[in-house]
Design a protein around this ligand. Structure first.
Ligand SMILES: C[S@@+](CC[C@H](N)C(=O)[O-])C[C@H]1O[C@@H](n2cnc3c(N)ncnc32)[C@H](O)[C@@H]1O
Length: 287
């Protein structure tokens, strides 16, 4: 019997994923196929009549099986692009989201931080895959960085990413709870995409998030702000005077987070909007 062609396999995989209730079934099947063939997704039409030989066929089948049980595409492909960097991604850490690029862009655009006489020292709290600290380190190589996470496997993944990108030596890695143990007045900036999803919202998240991504990366307690509430006073203590804190927040949390920042003593508190007009990043300074 003739081996099935790329076109036939794509059609049957997309049907199978649709039946399994997977969103964007065709697109996901195409991404899996392009990886197996080692080509760009947009080149697939040129290869549609090609038969898929057994090793490639088996790889494609394995990928489709993982997608069919709801595993996120980025875990199946094994990487994701963030701020132009290709990062390894797997269930040890949250998949970097496009929204988080706004957090990095806000830090990069902060002139008072980068115009200092000496190279600034920044901490990324809850580094996960390392996406935030690695994007910063690749764009601002003269600065010093500390990457912290409570979750050892996530920190290992972040380090692997840093090694792949040749950035590992610029960053100090530390397993630990928020900024516990970091000396007072030692940091010029604290950047964090800490967990901020209210516990009650967990059940409303898609199955692929609930079943495959680490809950500790997302669950922010009853009102979503339990981690940020603990982080802010530690941040105030560990920042130098004129130090700046940058936080990613959930939709509708800006007012509450800005009040918490003010209570801790932060000044010049501002929010940045994402492309859909939602406040997704807040920042403020220690004066
Ligand atoms: C929303 S994820 C962000 C990951 C990554 N920075 C990103 O933007 O994709 C939050 C991260 O904070 C870490 N985390 C949660 N609680 C923490 C704590 N108390 N101390 C340090 N890290 C913590 C989680 O393990 C997770 O990696």
């Amino acid at each position: 019997m003739a081996e099935p062609t790329v076109l036939e396999l794509l059609a049957s995989a997309a049907r199978r994923l649709e039946v399994a209730g997977i969103e964007e079934a065709r697109l996901k099947a195409e991404w899996a196929m392009s990886r197996v063939l080692g080509c760009r997704r947009l080149e697939l039409p040129l290869r549609s009549r090609e038969p898929l030989v057994p090793p490639a066929f088996r790889s494609f089948e394995a990928a489709v099986q993982r997608l069919a049980i709801g595993e996120p595409l980025q875990y199946v492909l094994g990487d994701v692009e963030f701020m132009g960097l290709v990062l390894k991604t797997d269930p040890r850490a949250l998949i970097p989201r496009p929204e988080t690029e706004l957090l990095v862009e806000t830090v990069l655009a902060c002139r008072p931080l980068w115009d200092r006489a000496r190279a600034p020292f920044l901490a990324d709290v809850g580094t996960g895959t390392g996406c935030v600290v690695l994007a910063l380190a690749s764009r601002r190589p003269a600065a010093r960085y500390l990457a912290r996470d409570l979750n050892r496997p996530a920190l290992d993944l972040a380090r692997e990413n840093a090694i792949r990108l040749g950035l590992a030596l610029r960053i100090e890695w530390a397993e630990g709870d928020l900024l516990e143990g970091v000396p007072a007045a030692s940091l010029d900036a604290v950047v964090s995409n800490a967990p901020y999803v209210p516990t009650a919202q967990w059940e409303t998240l898609t199955r692929s998030i609930r079943e495959f991504e680490p809950r500790t990366a997302l669950d922010g307690g009853p009102d979503g702000l339990a981690v940020i509430r603990r982080l802010l006073p530690q941040t105030f203590t560990t920042l130098v005077t004129e130090g700046i804190v940058f936080l990613e927040i959930g939709d509708g949390q800006a007012g509450a987070v800005q009040s918490l920042m003010a209570e801790c003593g932060f000044a010049d508190i501002q929010a940045r909007l994402d492309l859909s007009g939602r406040e997704r990043v807040v920042f403020g300074a220690k004066r």
